[in-house]
Design a protein around this ligand. Structure first.
Ligand code: NAP
Ligand code: ZN
Ligand code: ZN
Length: 348
């Protein structure tokens, strides 16, 4: 057992504070690594503030984790000391159900995936995430970070990257398809870059035109404000696929009308309240609403390799651990361009 420094929330209403967590001894199939960078995902905020249900406090958030291997267990075959590695949103699953066998561990039906934080590991201990100095994870749930991706830039790919890559692939974004991305935040800006890299024609639907220059620089062909009602009139029937990254409730009927025949709107954000949709918005145009949850280990590795090959990197603001509470407020105010990444060197 080792003790490492970390930032944790002790309740839904208190700021995160510096503390320590213990990491389990390195088992035969485990990889221990020093955490160099940890991204701040909006899900961290939803979770620590108990917006998604019960939380085991104290909780160390962080599921966009990148670092360097320091020790491997006796049976480990995939990694060696010194390798650049990452961990995303889960650190285990049953490994036996059809979903796990198919590489869709995030949809494990044999008890569910074990979250990187706020989960319970096989040892019965609560899992604690990446806002810390080091972590121990089974090698089957560890990703390899390609050489040409910096560890700071790799971190956001491990949640925001895979969460947007997976639905873009599943619903066939590519040449000849038109994709709209709602919300230009952590997930949204990577959705734009990935969809552009896949060859799709991309439009950003943002609350205002404040970030328009950025959106066009990231490769979007068009950028519209959803506060302007003309946007909905002018873009009616335009898209094959809409990726919704907004964490608040939107009037989905307005957005569904932007889909072409057979188009799909994919929910990635998880707003607190149920979504209300008039049936007509689906029936006329044979439209679908779908959801998508992160991605499996195999697909996450595929996404990292895709980013390495196609030069897709997140736009990040690297901050010190003690800035985390201010960073949370800025994320909540949509004042992030476009992902905060904690430099965890002072926690090692
Ligand atoms: P984020 O960086 O805060 O981005 C969300 C963006 O949504 C904002 O930048 C803003 O973009 C827009 N937005 C925020 N509030 C809005 C409002 N009231 N009305 C309209 N638009 C609003 O968050 P994120 O880290 O990308 O995460 C986005 C959501 O995805 C969160 O709910 C998170 O929990 C969820 N998530 C889901 C998965 C999954 O597997 N499905 C994985 C990771 C995260 P504009 O300023 O451009 O309008
Ligand atoms: Zn996340
Ligand atoms: Zn399973």
């Amino acid at each position: 057992m080792t003790t490492v420094s970390a930032y944790a929330a002790t309740s839904a209403t208190e700021p995160l504070t510096r503390t320590t967590v213990t990491r389990r001894p390195v088992g035969p199939h485990d990889v221990a690594f020093d955490i160099h960078f940890a991204g701040i995902c909006h899900s961290d905020i939803h979770t620590v503030r108990a917006e998604w249900g019960s939380v085991k406090y104290p909780i160390v958030p962080g599921h966009e984790i990148a670092g360097v291997v320091t020790e491997v267990g006796s049976e480990v075959t995939k990694y060696q000391v010194g390798d650049r590695v990452g961990v995303g949103c889960f650190v285990d699953s049953c490994r036996e159900c059809p979903e796990c066998r198919a590489g869709n561990e995030q949809y494990c039906t044999g008890g569910g995936m074990v979250g990187t934080y706020n989960g319970v590991g096989r040892d019965g201990e609560p899992t604690q995430g990446g806002y810390s100095g080091a972590i121990v994870v089974d090698e089957s749930y560890v990703l390899r970070i390609p050489e040409n991706i910096g560890l700071d830039e790799a971190a956001p790919l491990l949640c925001a990257g895979i969460t947007t890559y997976s639905p873009l692939r599943h619903w066939g974004a590519g040449p000849g398809t038109s994709v709209a991305v709602i919300g230009l935040g952590g997930l949204g800006h990577l959705a734009v870059k990935l969809a552009v890299a896949m060859g799709a024609e991309v439009t950003v639907l943002s609350q205002s035109l404040k970030k328009m220059e950025d959106g066009l620089r990231l490769g979007a062909r068009d950028y519209r404000a959803t506060s302007d009602r003309n946007t909905f009139r002018e873009l009616a029937g335009s898209f094959d696929l809409i990726i919704n990254t907004v964490s608040a409730n939107l009037n989905l009927a307005d957005y569904l009308k932007l889909l072409k025949l057979d188009g799909t709107l994919v929910e990635l954000g998880m707003p607190e309240n149920p979504m209300a949709v008039p049936a007509g918005a689906l029936i006329f145009g044979r439209r679908s609403i779908a959801g998508s949850l992160i991605g499996g280990i195999r697909e996450t590795q595929e996404m990292l390799d895709f980013c390495a090959e196609h030069d897709v990197r997140p736009e990040i603001e690297v901050v010190a651990p003690e800035y985390v509470n201010e960073a949370y407020e800025r994320v909540l105010a949509s004042d992030v361009r476009y992902r905060f990444v904690i430099d965890t060197s002072s926690l090692r």
